[in-house]
Design a protein around this ligand. Structure first.
Ligand code: B1M
Length: 223
């Protein structure tokens, strides 16, 4: 089977919400030597984007979103360890990462965390639906260099701004960089709330994190 066939099959398992098939195709792809990150970006994420489009057009409903997410998670459980196995580890900085309050979308955030970990960051993932105060508490606890806040809903983006305000109130803003991401966010939004940067995807998040801690570009993702 060609790489393109694998990517299409992975996308299809997400579209069909078929957890078992997702896991089994992912295992076959790893066994066949495919690149795990490409399987995620060109297969699973592609499928998830199509699910999102079908949801937006009214052809899919909440159950299909949930089943698609479950299928993607089942395949990620196979693919993410492969990412961690093959890449270098050297501590570049400490990151507190989470999805903001009111938002349960955690697949993209978790992927960002996996790539950051694989690239050499020490990541404290505080989970999803996390209020600004939890981000601040985790920064204090871990003495983090970076905060990463993910938001997938237009209604929850404002919590990213709250995190920055609460870091200022706690006297921590000068000692920690803030990066934001998630589909509805953009560089202009990051600038408007005073964040230190915005990344479109997980690879971009790694590049940005390195920039923010003054580390050289990643040899793994440098084109
Ligand atoms: Co919902 N959802 N969802 N959803 N969901 C979206 C986001 C939506 C765009 C779908 C649509 O309408 N087309 C829409 C938001 C519309 C808007 O606000 N403008 C939407 C909606 C409306 C909802 C509900 C309100 C639906 C309802 O209940 N009626 C509800 C809200 C629940 C809540 O959070 N309070 C809801 C629920 C869900 C599920 C729970 C069913 C499920 C999430 C399961 C889970 O995560 N555990 C779900 C899903 C799966 C989606 C879509 C289809 C896929 C999201 C995903 O996982 N993508 C999504 C449509 C879409 O995005 N195409 C949609 C794959 C993932 C790898 O990509 O998360 O974008 P992504 O992450 C990327 C980048 O964004 C970036 O890098 C990641 C990796 O490359 N990134 C960062 C993310 N965080 C970053 C942080 C960074 C840097 C980069 O730095 C810190």
């Amino acid at each position: 089977m060609s790489d393109a066939d694998y990517f299409e099959r992975l996308a299809r398992t997400v579209l069909d919400g078929d957890e078992e098939e997702a896991e089994s195709v992912a295992k076959a792809a790893v066994a066949d030597g495919l690149d795990a990150l490409e399987c995620i970006n060109r297969g699973l994420t592609e499928g998830m984007n199509r699910v999102g489009e079908l949801f937006a057009s009214g052809d899919y409903f909440l159950p299909e979103l949930i089943m698609g997410a479950d299928a993607m998670k089942a395949a990620l459980a196979v693919l993410e360890p492969a990412l961690l196995d093959t890449q270098q580890r050297e501590v570049l900085g400490r990151v507190v990462l989470g999805t903001v309050e009111g938002d349960v979308h955690d697949i993209g955030k978790t992927l960002v965390g996996t790539l950051l970990t694989a690239d050499g960051f020490e990541v404290t993932d505080i989970g999803f639906d996390q209020p600004a105060s939890e981000f601040v508490a985790a920064v204090k606890e871990t003495n983090a260099d970076l905060v990463g806040a993910s938001a997938l809903l237009t209604t929850t983006m404002r919590v990213q701004a709250q995190i920055i305000e609460e870091l200022k109130a706690a006297g921590l803003r000068d000692s920690v960089k803030v990066m934001v991401g998630g589909a509805p966010t953009a560089q202009a939004w990051a600038d408007s709330i005073g964040a230190d940067g915005h990344a479109v995807d997980a690879i971009g998040a790694v590049a940005l994190a390195r920039l923010l801690v003054d580390a050289p570009p990643s040899p793994e993702y440098d084109d």
